[in-house]
Write a protein of this length. Structure first.
Length: 117
C-alpha cells in the first residue's frame, strides 16, 4: 500500500507563488506516474497535472499551462508542484495522486491552497 503526504499549501495573494510537495512511502511504491488534482468548494475533483515517473513526460490542464510546473525526485519518492502567478480560481484543496498504471489509485489527504484577490 502506498501512502501520500502533501505539504506546502497556504494563503497567498493573487500573483504569488507556492510550491507543494508530496512524499510517497510504501513497499509497493512503483509508480507509472504521479499527479496532482484539485477540488474547489462545491465542485468536482479535477485533474491538474501529472508526470510519468521514468520518462518525465508531463501533462497539464489548459488553465495552468505556463504557470504550474510538476517535477519529481526519484531518490526522495517526492513529487512537487510549483505554482506561479496564482489566481483566486486556483483556490482548492490539492491532492497528490499515485498512478501504478494509467489510472490514479491512491490519494493523499490534500493540502489547502487559498488565493485572495
Amino acid at each position: 500500500q502506498v501512502q501520500l503526504v502533501e505539504s506546502g499549501g497556504g494563503l497567498v495573494q493573487a500573483g504569488d507563488s507556492l510550491r507543494l510537495s508530496c512524499a510517497a512511502s510504501g513497499r509497493t511504491f512503483s509508480p507509472y506516474a504521479m499527479g496532482w488534482f484539485r477540488q474547489a468548494p462545491g465542485k468536482e475533483r479535477e485533474f491538474v497535472t501529472r508526470i510519468t515517473w521514468n520518462a518525465g513526460n508531463t501533462y497539464y490542464r489548459d488553465s495552468v499551462k505556463g504557470r504550474f510546473t510538476i517535477s519529481g525526485d526519484n531518490a526522495k519518492n517526492t513529487v512537487y508542484l510549483q505554482m506561479n502567478s496564482l489566481e483566486p480560481y486556483d483556490t482548492a484543496v490539492y491532492y497528490c495522486a499515485y498512478y501504478p498504471d494509467s489510472i490514479p489509485r491512491s490519494w493523499g489527504r490534500g493540502t489547502q491552497v487559498t488565493v485572495s484577490s
